[in-house]
Structure formats: C-alpha cells, structure tokens
Design a protein around this ligand. Sequence first.
Ligand code: FAD
Ligand code: THG
Length: 814
Amino acid sequence: MTAPLTPPPRVVVIGAGIVGCSLADELTARGWTDVTVLDQGPLPAPGGSTSHAPGLVFRTSPSKTLSDFAGYTIEKFRSLEVDGLPCFNPVGGLELATTEERWAELHRRAGYAASWGIRGELVSAERCKELWPLLDARKVLGGFHTPDDGLARAVLACRAQMARAEERGARFLGRHTVTGIERDGGRVTAVVTDRGTFPADHVVSAAGFWGPVIGRMAGVDVPLLPLAHQYARTGPLPELEGVNDPRTEASRPILRFQDRDLYFREHTDRIGIGSYAHRPLPVDPFTVPVYDEAPVMPSSYPFTPEDFAPSWEDCRWLLPALADGDIEHGFNGVFSFTPDGMPVLGESRALRGFWLAEAVWVTHSAGVARAVAEWMVDGRPATDVHGCDLTRFEDAQRSPAYVAERAAQQFVEVYDVLHPLQPMERPRPLRVSPFHARQQELGAYFLEGGGWERPHWYEANAPLAEELELPERDAWSARHWSPIAAAEARATREKVALYDMTPLRRLEVTGPGALAYLQRMTTNNLAKKPGAVTYTLLLDESGGVRSDLTVARLAPDRFQIGANSRADEDWLLRHTPDDVRIRDITSGTCCIGVWGPLARDLVQPLTRDDFSHQGFGYFRARETYLGHVPVTAMRLSYVGELGWELYTSADLGLRLWDTLWEAGQELGVVAAGRSAFNSLRLEKGYRSWGHDMTAEHTPYEAGLGFAVRMDKGDFRGRAALERAGEPRRRLTALLLDDPAAVVLGKEPVFLDGASAGYVTSASYGYTLGRCVAYAWLPPLAAGTQVHVEYIGEKVPATVAEEPLFDPQMHRIRR
Ligand code: FAD
Ligand code: THG
C-alpha cells in the first residue's frame, strides 16, 4: 500500500455509543484514519442509551431510508463477533394484531416490506403461537413474521467496531468530557475537554440525547427531546427453563404488541418488556447526572412502577405464563425523539466541519454511520437522506417549545396506526398564508406540512360534488379524502380555480455572478432574456437529483427560484460565490395559482398588460399589477392547465385573493385544495421531488432528461451523467385497471408475481377515471401488465404511455 499524499483529515467524534463506534469503523474503513472518539463515561459501556439497549431490530418501516439503514445494520452486525459471541442474533421478528385495524395495518406493513425488499410473511394465530409458545393464541388475529430481523448486541457491536477502528489507527478515549467547541472563521478547529484540547478538521456530535448540550457549545440547534421509556424484566419463568442458550440469550422472535404499545424479547429464562404506553417522561439533557453521580448510569432513571402497572396487565393478558410472575427489575431508560421521528444528520452550514449524527436507534446505527461517513468522505451519502437532513426543519420548527411538543407526540404515537396524510394535532395553526381567513370561511379541510396549514378541499364546494358519480372508497383511502376533491379537479379542468401556493418555497438570487452561478449549479440553460422561466434540476456530483426548480429571470441579475425544501436553499448557499446573494423570500410573500381554461378571462380584465398567448407566453414571467396589487406573474402550471402563478408580498395577499375571487364570480371560480392538485399533477405526469425521485435517481431514470442540457457548458453532476449508462429502472406511469381501485403510495408492484418495485405517489385521476400510480420499475413497455398490492389485495395495473393527459399541451399553450 502506498502512503496517501496528504494526511487524512483529523476527525473528533463526540460519543462512544453505537453511533460513534460505528462511525469510527466506517470512517477508518474509507481511509480517514485520524479519528478520535471521546466519551465522558468509561469504555466500552459509557452509560448512554446504547449501554442498556435491549437491541431489537425490526427493519420494516414506511420510510425506505430507515429500512435501508436497518438492513445494513443487520448485515454488518451479523458479520461481527467478540470473543466468539455474535453481535446479532437473527431470531426474526413477529408483530401481532389483536384488532382488525391492526391486522389491516400489518397487511400494509407487509406491503412496505415487499416494497423495500424485506422478507416477511403474514401468518395465522396458530403460526404465531408456534413461533412464540407463551402467547395466548385466542387473543391474536394474526401476525407479520420477518425472519431476518433480530437482536443486536449493542455493546458487543461497539467493542467489535472499536477494535477494528483502532487497528486502523483510531483512538477511543473514555472519561473525557467535552466542554467546548472551538472555531475560527465559521469552521470548527478543536474540541475542548476537561482533559485537554483536541484539534479537529471535522467534529461529529454522536452524543445521543445529549445532542442539544453539544449543539449549544457549537451554536447549532439540535431539535430532539430526550424521553424516558420503560423497560422491565420478569423473574425466571418455568416455561423458559432450558429453552435458550445463555450465550445468545434468545431463540424466539422479537415480539411487538403494538395495540398496547409493548414489545418483548427473551433474556434466557426471563422476558424483557418495553413499554411506550406510559405518559411522556421528558428529561432535560442539561441536568442529566454525570456518570459517577448517576445511581446506575446517566441514561437510566429509576423505575416508576405506577406507570408500568397497566402495561403489566396487558402483558399478562397476552402471555398467560406471566400470571404468577413478577417484575424483577425495571428502569426508565432515556433516548432521543425528534419532531418527526427521524434522525438528525448532516453538517451545519453555519459551522462547517461540525456534523450531527443524532437521534439514531441501534436499529439504524450502522446504516446511519455508513451514510454519514460517505457524506464526509465522498461529499454525498449513497442513500437518500433528505428525511434525516438537519436542514429539513423550518425556523418555526426549531423552537424548544415546538420540539418538546412534537417529540412527546412522537413518543405517544410510536406504535399507532397512522394514515400517510394524518397530521400532527399540535401546535396548530403555526404557519398560515394571508388567505387563511377566507379559506376558513370556505370551510377548508386543513392538513399540515412544513408547519403550514394547507387546505385539502373546501366544504363550500360540496354542492359541486353532489352531481358526480364516484366509485366507493375503502375506509383507509377514504380517510382525509373527500369527493369534493373530484369536484375541485373538475372545476380546474373545466372552469377556473384558485390554489394557495404560498408554502411553495421561494428564493431570490441576485448579483452580478447570479447567472453564471445558477448555470453551474443546475442542468438546464438559464441564459435567456429576462422574462424567461426555466424548469431545471439541481444535481449532486454523482448526478443524483437533489431537487427540481423553476428559475425565473426577472432582471439580468435577479432570479426567482421556485424550490422544494429548505435543503435546496442550504445546498445553494453552501456553494455561493461572493458576487451572489441568496435570500429566502417565502415567508414575506405569498402565491396563488389561477388555473383552468377560464384563467385568462379571469385575469385579463384586472390588468392593462397583455395576458394573451402571444402577449404573455408559456413559461414567461412578468412584474405587473392586478387591480391594486403589484404581482409577479409566471405562466406555468403544475396542474397542467392554462394559467398563472401570482406572487405578491404577504401584506397584499388578502387583497389579491379578494380581487381574484370577485373577478371570478361570474366565471364560476372555486377555491381548490391539495387533494385535487395532487390528482391533476399526476395526470399530467409532473414529478414531486422527495416522493417520486430523490438524490438516489438520475434525471434519465426519473424521466427528467428533457431538463438537462449537456451542451450548455459544465454544471454540477454533468460528468457523472456522461458516464451514466442505460437506466436499469425507470419512474413508470401505471394506470390501475379497475376504475374503482385506488392506492396511496409506497405499495409494492409485482411483475409476473415477483416484487419488482414500488409506488412513489398515487392519486385517483378524476379526468381519466382511473387511479394513476407512479412507480420505480425496471424498464417496461407500455401495455405491460403488473399488479400493485394494496392492503393485501392484488390490484391489476397497466404500464401507460406518458403523459397520460393532454400530451399535445393544447390546454396549457393557448
Ligand atoms: P448513546 O449511546 O447515548 O451515546 C452517546 C454518548 O455520548 C454517551 O456515551 C455519552 O456519554 C456521550 N456524551 C454525551 N455528552 C458528552 C460530552 N459532553 N462529552 C463526552 N461524551 C459525551 N433502539 C433500538 O434500535 N432497538 C431497541 O430495542 C431499543 N430499545 C431501547 C430501550 C430503552 C430502554 C432505551 C432507553 C433505548 C432503546 N433504544 C433502542 C434506543 C437506542 O438505545 C438509542 O437510540 C441508541 O443507543 C443511541 O445511540 P447513540 O450512540 O446515539 O447514543
Ligand atoms: N411552481 C414553481 N416552482 C416549483 C414548482 C411549482 N418548483 C418546485 C416544483 N414545483 C417543481 N416542479 C415542477 C414540475 C413540472 C413543472 C413545473 C414545476 C412544469 N413542467 C412542464 C413539463 O414538464 O411539461 C414544463 C417543462 C419545460 O417547459 O421545461 O411545468 O409548481 N414556480
């Protein structure tokens, strides 16, 4: 081996729990061997959450990212051993249903498993009893069995990874308490401890639920709340005598009884029981006792038997063998919850070189560590991590009050049956558009996203729905849905509708270098005269789609970007040269989409400007006035109809709404919500970033090659695209064959009876009279028959030619 030309960067990892240890292993495996892992407690069990984790690893999740993380943890820990003891015991997993609602949910979970490539099978109550003989099978309707899940031995896995990392040069130092982070010019330079200062080019906070404490030292918000969670062990059970090898402790599947917020595992002849059934027990991370003063260890609080009492009854109801037994030992163990239940990963932009790897379960630890190591070493993780990116939180989502309320709610809902559209109940309303009062008057049904109240349909349109004939929906797909959405979609296709587009993220990019900069950052050609709007993509270095944007050139040196998430702003800001300024103008402005064949009839009388097809072309922008309101008008439409996005400042928003509303009365204007919006955009084949495509996909795979101009000069991701071969998978449009069938997203798609991909987003297409589902599949010819599995039912579907609606663009370009 030749020595590297430059020494590897100096990395200091704070925390030697499962995340810190896994990260040291992954970094050193990639040649970053100058790694120092510091922990305040003694090694190898310094007293964090890892030190007492019972280690259940269930891989199935609605989140593909989490499922991939867990898959890698299983694969990796299976290959690790310490003193002949394996770090993973693949006893399998078993989730039980004792209610019809849960049984349906297990069918959906079996669907996620098939979508993400996890082995799993729905099984009868008898089979559950075979797998777990202590069960009272009469209580059970059935189960979901995942044979590859099992038990991680977290402390052992720490030791194994420590040893490997140490062989490659890493250091692990226990009894070093971090007290400060040093910085210079927006970069970290060192970590200060009670036993000296450690210079560093990169610092990773893997401090578990102490994350907010380390975050404060660095001036970085770490939006997590530590909560205690009860874990108890029974005494020895005669039924388990001689059943399990004490070295591996368990032979039967890890068990989940989500109907009562409980899980179980074997500890040789005892049973361990975890409960989420109790009240949230928040812990202030700033007041956690230090190792030497903690009664057991810092992450272990005294057991509160009164909180466990109802759960104990539930345990005995399910497992009659416990009737004579007792709890021998219990504790309230602390770990991290975030406002959306996802980890918090990534590098702070304000303090470069300072990384977070927080709020990570043992289950996801190795996968997270691999992703963060790739991110640090290669500049990008191979897995889509946008749902974990620390930049995902809006300003209003980082207040301690918000974090506390949402995280506690995550705890309460951890095992609940949650509909994909189900909103959090509190704190609401948080962000409202200037039209909120009018929307309320119209009976808006609000759901929440990014802190925004977003109308999904308006009860005021109910009379329009009466004449429609729509197929019956099953109870699940009928939740957070209304036939009114169909009426609103129809009004958009036949007349004209107003859509609140305020939550659409808007950035203003200005300065002499703005054009050259945006040309380098995106795929399409933006060198057009002011007044042009361009649909374009942000790619990472590997050619993965980081986002899709609209860029309006409003003046030679001024651009307005329509973006998807906060991560777009973050990404752009990370690469901004000195002669370019980027400002998020979302909050101070608002937007209404006026779309439908009568949009021009509505808008033209309000302005002296020429809004004809010749006077105001498709994908053009203009600053003008509508009535009393100064607006930026852009002629484009995510719903595939004639019309404009109209932007103005927040103070004038209500006036803009009222102006359009009044002008539209004689045309039959309606307010329309996101439910119709999503249906219309899917009929038109417009992708939704984060759902349909992510950084895991290239533009060609996602069907977005039309937005890439290889001949315009260099841009980020171009070199990777040049190397890209023929796509092996494609984002594919499906139409469900049965006009009454619906799917919602994330369902598995089967080709010739074998799982071949998964649905990204789906909606009933009211114009087409069929449900539209986009799916990742191997390249397939139009007309190919597949089936989607929806709550255990095989739903036939056919690969369709795109776009499904108005391929000649007659409706938009006129
Ligand atoms: P930790 O293990 O907490 O490590 C963080 C380390 O940072 C600590 O060792 C701490 O000492 C150190 N540190 C903090 N501040 C400083 C400082 N200033 N200076 C130096 N060092 C510092 N997960 C599962 O996947 N499956 C389960 O079955 C499961 N069951 C659980 C049951 C219970 C009762 C509990 C409490 C948690 C459970 N979890 C489970 C969650 C899991 O334990 C944690 O999510 C995981 O261990 C977190 O690992 P970590 O490395 O991020 O944090
Ligand atoms: N409006 C604005 N900006 C946006 C969105 C928006 N940015 C984020 C997101 N939505 C981007 N998504 C799309 C997707 C498709 C189109 C616009 C934004 C679109 N595509 C046409 C097509 O594919 O035929 C035109 C493409 C072209 O001419 O190059 O209209 O909703 N402001």
